[in-house]
Design a protein around this ligand. Structure first.
Ligand code: AQP
Length: 344
């Protein structure tokens, strides 16, 4: 087993947005130098909530195209879609028998997504974190780059690995490390700074999609909710480069835009506040639009080009799946051996 292997996934649920890019995909790119990377379009996760069958394939290609357009090298590393590698589902079943109901009951994402219709949520949505643990551990991945929202699921993957190793008396699965970095680990909705930017938000004005053109980006940023106050200064920062939580809670939309600007320009939030202190949001929003279009424009164009050539994207996914199977199948077989399954 390699000592440094990265795994991460993105759901093909449509409307890939700036949060997915800044919180996850952009960080995937930088890890290619030091890690062996496996990036997955997690279509089995996507169907935990209803997906239109006629759209799922296009949405899957869209995420794969975003990976490639962002700069992930599908030759050196692995890009594939989850449903092509059956080891994910098989290992997830075994983990359904390792994870405890009490652990899953604590998962805040299930509570948020199921909302008041809990009884009506799919069983798949409930056991989603077990499948995520299987995704990671099928490759014995050691590091998982994700946005802040996935931290709790990663802790569950660690718990599953530890319990499996304990119950079967084997140092079998590694204990994974989350990699959460950048100035935008949790990009918030442009309409409500207390809710994360999300593909499934019914309002398209809540998010900037990675394929939005310059006019759409400009309009969404212009309409983004702020408050009448000018930009705060660097005195809003406390130790460790963090914004004072009380000040952030009082102006969530304002600070969200500052975090986004900092992430897009690769600067710290403190440096951005030092530059823009006292300026009105109208001027700041213009600068934000420029940098957002500057980053997303070339990527969106490349994605459009790739999506116009589905044969190429499909070939990358097919080859990636073959290579993924070569790693995951022996891990699944070894797991079955540890558990004592008969394979005559
Ligand atoms: N708002 C966000 N800020 C920072 N990172 C984010 N991620 C998601 N939203 C934000 C990160 O993107 C990666 C892929 O996410 P996902 O496809 O697994 O879906 P999700 O976490 O459930 O997020 P969405 O976009 O809101 O999708 P829907 O609406 O379909 O549930 C993950 O690494 C995630 O942390």
């Amino acid at each position: 087993m390699t000592s440094k292997r990265v795994f991460s996934g993105v759901q093909p649920t449509g409307n890939l947005h700036l949060g997915n890019y800044l919180g996850a995909i952009r960080n995937f790119v930088g890890l290619q130098r030091d890690f062996e990377c496996i990036y997955c379009v997690v279509d089995l996760h996507a169907v935990t909530v209803w997906q239109e069958p006629a759209k799922l394939a296009a949405q899957t290609r869209e995420v794969a195209a975003a990976f490639i357009a962002a700069g992930i090298d599908g030759e050196k590393h692995i890009i594939f879609n989850q449903s092509q590698v059956s080891a994910h589902a098989e290992l997830a079943w075994l983990f359904n028998c390792v994870a405890r109901v009490g652990w899953l009951n604590r998962m805040t994402q299930f509570k948020e997504k199921a909302g008041s219709h809990r009884e009506n949520a799919s069983v798949g949505l409930y056991v989603y974190p077990n499948l995520m643990a299987a995704d990671i551990l099928a490759y014995k991945a050691t590091h998982v780059p994700v946005g802040e929202d996935q931290k709790q699921h990663l802790e569950l993957a660690r718990d599953i690995a530890l319990k499996f190793n304990h119950d079967y008396g084997a140092e079998f699965f590694p204990v994974v490390e989350p990699l959460i970095f950048g100035e935008a680990t949790r990009v918030m909705s442009l309409r409500d700074g207390t809710k994360k930017m999300s593909k499934s938000d019914p309002s398209d004005y809540s998010r900037i999609n990675v394929t939005d053109g310059p006019d759409e980006v400009a309009l969404k940023i212009r309409r983004a909710k702020t408050d009448p106050e000018p930009l705060p200064g660097p005195d809003a920062m406390v130790a460790d480069g963090k914004v004072d939580p009380a000040r952030e809670a009082a102006r969530p939309e304002a600070f969200n835009l500052v975090h986004i600007y900092a992430a897009l320009t690769d600067r710290t939030v403190g440096a951005v506040l030092a530059e823009f202190e006292g300026q009105p949001f109208s001027a700041f929003k213009e600068r934000l639009t420029e940098v957002a279009v500057g980053v997303l424009g070339p990527m969106g164009n490349e994605m459009q080009r790739l999506m116009a050539d589905p044969g190429h994207v499909d070939a990358v996914l097919r080859k990636g799946a073959e290579r993924a199977r070569e790693i995951a199948s022996p891990v699944l077989r070894a797991t079955q051996d540890v558990m004592g399954f008969l394979r005559p």
